[in-house]
Design a protein around this ligand. Structure first.
Ligand SMILES: *[C@@H]1O[C@H](CO)[C@@H](O)[C@H](O)[C@H]1NC(C)=O
Ligand SMILES: *[C@@H]1O[C@H](CO)[C@@H](O)[C@H](O)[C@H]1NC(C)=O
Ligand SMILES: *[C@@H]1O[C@H](CO)[C@@H](O)[C@H](O)[C@H]1NC(C)=O
Ligand SMILES: *[C@@H]1O[C@H](CO)[C@@H](O)[C@H](O)[C@H]1NC(C)=O
Ligand SMILES: *[C@@H]1O[C@H](CO)[C@@H](O)[C@H](O)[C@H]1NC(C)=O
Ligand SMILES: *[C@@H]1O[C@H](CO)[C@@H](O)[C@H](O)[C@H]1NC(C)=O
Length: 398
């Protein structure tokens, strides 16, 4: 029956085509992860020795345990930004309870507890810092107060100027204005590097970080002197990391490599895809390779011409959503329903969903997590039906 074979062939080609297209990344407004948070541990830095000499080393301390919703990202987090970027607003909110896409069980409001507005020069509960302090062979440059340009060293806490553009490779970070207790083992801020301005990051299980920013195209010419040419990013770190060393040459000089936590909200990964913003977890939940982490297959489009508004929400049920929305406001109080209103999308295909594994302990097979994500990657039933058609067509034709 050549007619039937022809139909199957068409389906086969269509199925293969859709497979190829859909298996690659796609642009979305929201990148969602569920089942975030696990029981695990990390090793804090216990001692930093010979900081400025070539003998410089660090000693890891006893394991610290964490568990529960969003752990370890339920700990204090610092905010990091890399150019080309301009920050016009930043806000941090907490809520007693908030569940993404569930209006019925939401109570109360999101309360803004930190805020920066470039134009109005408001800076409530924010401290701008950058890595421009003393250099060290094992720790890199020390954290220091940032001057109003975000990248030079200042002697005291300074508000970023309204025209705070930073270019490729340049970075600054944001902490709260609550000072840490003295450096020490078992203290809330742990052991940290001598002489740095030490502040707490931003705390809470249920929390939201919002940004109004620009990520314009880099105007400088590319050269091998850049590490991150035209690769802007906004990300969160367990605040212990930058207080010891953000870019150590010895993994023992930061709790990062033992999995104390990083979440990339909007990150350009490479020069080939420089207008795509990905979200990635760098924790040991369901994976062994912390460097690769668990990355969204989908991405948010980087708008190089206009101001973007968006951020990330960690909800009370272990869902995390990175999102972009032009209707976002930075009011003192935001009702749960208004925030869920922002997240509402008529077209379900615009929500990218990837489930993380629940793991007790520190790591599990990465193979397992791949198989799991295949079933929960939110591609929709029709995609799988077409895959089945492809298979059927091959079977009949052979
Ligand atoms: C909470 O998260 C679980 C697992 O991710 C999900 O199955 C459940 O529907 C969520 N509950 C609500 C109220 O959204
Ligand atoms: C609004 O937010 C502030 C903190 O920014 C909080 O103190 C206040 O209680 C909130 N108001 C309401 C009605 O939730
Ligand atoms: C500033 O933020 C920190 C960290 O989340 C929080 O503990 C503190 O209460 C905030 N301070 C004010 C004045 O809101
Ligand atoms: C910049 O140059 C580096 C090599 O030095 C290359 O890897 C990268 O892709 C280039 N970026 C762009 C955006 O062309
Ligand atoms: C890190 O610390 C561990 C445990 O103390 C030690 O075995 C290892 O050699 C150290 N690594 C480096 C690069 O110093
Ligand atoms: C660029 O990054 C994306 C997202 O991680 C990845 O899929 C792609 O393979 C990368 N491209 C190159 C050339 O490394």
């Amino acid at each position: 029956m050549p007619g039937l074979k022809m139909i199957y062939s068409i389906f086969a080609v269509l199925g293969l085509f859709l497979n190829t297209v859909l298996a690659t990344a796609q642009a979305y407004k929201q990148l969602e992860f569920s089942n975030v948070g696990f029981t695990g541990s990390f090793t804090p830095v216990q001692k930093i020795s010979d900081e400025t000499s070539s003998k410089c080393t660090c000693e890891p301390g006893d394991r610290e345990y964490f568990s529960g919703t969003n752990a370890p990202l339920s700990e204090y987090l610092s905010v990091h930004l890399r150019g080309p970027l301009k920050l016009t607003q930043f806000a941090f909110y907490v809520a007693d309870k908030f569940i993404i896409n569930d209006n019925s069980s939401n109570s109360g409001t999101w309360d803004r507890v930190a805020y920066y507005n470039a134009e109005k020069q408001t800076a409530d509960n924010v401290t701008f810092t950058t890595n421009a302090g003393t250099d060290s062979p094992c720790l890199g440059k020390a954290l220091c107060y940032a001057a109003d340009d975000g990248v030079s060293k200042a002697d005291s806490s300074t508000v970023l100027k309204s025209d705070n553009y930073i270019s490729s490779d340049e970075e600054f970070s944001i902490f709260s204005s609550t000072e840490c207790p003295k450096s020490g083992k078992n203290k809330k801020c742990g052991v940290y590097r001598k002489g740095i301005p030490a502040y707490y990051g931003f705390y809470g299980t249920t929390k939201m970080f919002l940004f109004e920013f620009e990520m314009p195209r880099e105007t400088k010419k590319n050269s091998s002197s850049f590490s991150y040419y035209d690769l802007p990013a906004i990300w969160l770190l367990n605040d212990h990391i930058p207080r010891t060393s953000q870019y150590p040459t010895n993994g023992n000089c930061s709790c990062w490599s033992s999995g104390c936590g990083e979440y990339d909200i909007f990150e350009v990964m490479n020069g080939t895809e420089r207008d795509r913003l990905y979200s990635t977890f760098h924790t040991f939940q369901g994976i062994e390779n912390l460097n690769v982490g668990i990355q969204s297959y989908g991405y948010i489009e980087r708008d190089t011409e206009n101001t973007m508004r968006g951020g990330v929400i960690f909800d009370s049920n272990g869902s995390t959503i990175s999102f972009i929305s032009s209707s976002l406001s930075f009011d003192q109080n935001l009702t749960a329903s208004s925030v869920n209103g922002l997240l509402y999308v008529a077209d379900e295909d615009q929500v990218y969903d990837r489930k993380l594994l629940s793991v007790a302990g520190s790591a599990t097979s990465s193979k397992q997590s791949d198989a799991f994500s295949l079933l929960t990657d939110g591609r929709g039933l029709w995609y799988y039906l077409l895959t089945i058609f492809t298979g059927l067509a091959h079977f009949i034709m052979v």
